[in-house]
Ligand binder design. Sequence first.
Ligand SMILES: *Cc1c(COP(=O)(O)O)cnc(C)c1O
Length: 384
Amino acid sequence: MGTVTPLQLIELSRRALDKNIRSLKNLAGDRMMAVSVKANAYGHGLREIVAMMLDRSEVDYVAVHSLEEAIECRDAGWPRRIMILGPIPTDQADAVCEYDLEPVVFDTAALTALGRAGRKAGKQVLTHLKLETGTNRQGITEKDISRFAAIYKKYPQLKRPYGASMHFANIEDTTSHNYADQQLREFKRLVGLLGKAGIKPEILHTASSAALILFDKTRYDLVRPGISLYGYWPSKETYLSYRLLGGDNEIFEPVLSWRTTVTQVKKLPADSFIGYGCTYRTTAPTTLAVLPVGYYDGYPRALSNQAYVLINGRRAPVRGRICMNLMMVDVTDITGVSVGTRVTLLGADGSEQLTAGGLAAWGQTIHYEILSRISPAISRAIVE
Ligand SMILES: *Cc1c(COP(=O)(O)O)cnc(C)c1O
């Protein structure tokens, strides 16, 4: 679009990202780090986040969900390792090989296809075997091990799993970590069985952000943080548990700010309805600002009559329903608002700050969902 002003903008702070990476590296020590950039880098913008991490040698891997995302990382110039967390349809195996990707495997059809692709290309294929320990999502159980071992041994290009991994089911939403401990015990048991089956993995990894932050014993050889890279604690419970362990308050800082501008200002008398469904009615003369952002852009409709935006460092309440492309806020008590005034939907303005966690609480969801659903179509700018 060249020099024209976009209606809205996502700003990405390089300083905040660098700080979060340093904090994660402090926790990870000499272990490898695979940071999660799935879901368009949690809504931040895959290409931008990957580009910002090119010179951060602390990051050994990016982790993505799909082959398509992995190729986007390569196209953005990512030269280092890429882990694919999601399923690999068999017809993607050649591409996995070609782009030097490391899939997490949990089905025999995918593993066989990868073995064949490796043989065809004359290339070693590094795989990570996912073990089922109680999340009941992906992962193989004890009875599957012999079938997987047979495939690993059949194809010299696979040989054995490079990694073995698991994912915790109940580590974010609780301060009781009994279930996590149980999963870890099952993980150790299954890893022992892999050894007995002759496919002992080289590295082990289990830790998402919450596990990495709280428990040394989950860190093994590689950690897989996501949400904390972007400056957010996985949950209140993780934050509280960490603080109770004596951890520092200031280790993460949100990377993303979402801004727009006022496109219209209007004065309404008392008793005026605002927006679809007439869900809000003014009780006094009101100054309203119209903003060019709606649920199409990822601003949740659940925030109708619930949230605030920041204008001139002050909170302006959302009035009426969030529309597809527009929303209205009350600026009666904020001075100096006119067409073109900057608005912050997410991020800091003066001494006020809106976080994804705050919006999530108002909209009855979690910050992961608020962030990851921000539209990829919005322009991104990296700020220093
Ligand atoms: C998304 C994901 C992570 C990262 O989780 P966060 O809570 O964002 O740190 C780690 N491991 C797996 C398997 C994942 O799917």
